[in-house]
Write a protein that binds this ligand. Structure first.
Ligand SMILES: O=C[C@H](O)COP(=O)(O)O
Ligand SMILES: CC(=O)C(=O)O
Length: 226
């Protein structure tokens, strides 16, 4: 379960940067570069040997970052990222054993879903915040609206990832099913290889400008209809 305060912080953040860190020394400057650009939520994927240490370093030295773990595939990894200070975790797929381990560890967990059966299974397991992955290849917002329609009355919220970029994120963010979006386009491997933190800050600023525009429009719309 995601606590209301964390959900609000993720909604305000609007964009979750996906980080895959090969070199531990990159963790803190990368998180700082994202923060400088206005991106203050991340999913650090467990796809490299230094991932858990990188998560710990960011929690320790960039505490304003909302630090989640991604690619969490096993109950053991749930316990590891919990111990490293993750505030939430996500996975590409829906594994009931991982969901149970997250509940046991009191770690907010959003499994990945991309079919109606996975959606039902996640709902049955008590998950209300779901990663929609891989969003674009499977059919995008149009497809999400279709599979979510029968469960719309249940208040499930989605965080789409997979093929989301500066061109298409705005349409997702404007849809009421979508709580936030995420993507790796703000952390290109070429920039990490060159430790080009300025370019990463520029990409992050692009993402955060889009989020601010959408959130401001939605706020104006609510106020105009009061
Ligand atoms: O969860 C992370 C995904 O790999 C993000 O997908 P992306 O690389 O298409 O943004
Ligand atoms: C792809 C994805 O959803 C993850 O690595 O968590």
């Amino acid at each position: 379960m995601f606590p209301a305060a964390l959900l609000q912080r993720l909604y305000d953040a609007g964009f979750v940067a996906v980080l895959t860190i090969e070199n531990l020394a990159d963790a803190v400057p990368l998180a700082e570069a994202l923060m400088d650009g206005g991106v203050h939520a991340m999913e650090l994927t467990l796809r490299t040997p230094v991932a858990v240490q990188a998560l710990e370093a960011i929690r320790d030295q960039v505490p304003e970052m909302i630090a989640g773990a991604g690619t969490v595939l096993t109950p053991d990894q749930i316990r590891q990222v919990r111990a490293a200070g993750a505030e939430f975790a996500v996975a590409p797929g829906m594994n009931p054993r991982v969901v149970a381990a997250a509940a046991e560890a009191s770690l907010p967990f959003a499994p990945g879903i991309c079919t109606p059966s996975e959606l039902e299974l996640a709902y049955e397991q008590g998950c209300q915040t779901l990663k929609f992955f891989p969003a674009e290849p499977i059919g995008g917002l149009h497809y999400l609206k279709s599979i979510a329609a029968p469960l719309r009355h249940l208040g499930i919220r989605f965080i789409p990832l997979g093929g989301i970029d500066a061109e298409n994120m705005e349409a997702y963010l404007r849809h009421p099913l979508v709580h936030a979006v995420g993507g790796s386009w703000v952390t290109p491997p070429s920039c990490l290889a060159e430790q080009d933190w300025k370019s990463i800050s520029r990409l992050a600023a692009r993402a955060s400008t889009i989020v601010q525009r959408v959130r401001n429009d939605l706020r104006d719309h609510v106020e105009a209809n009061r």
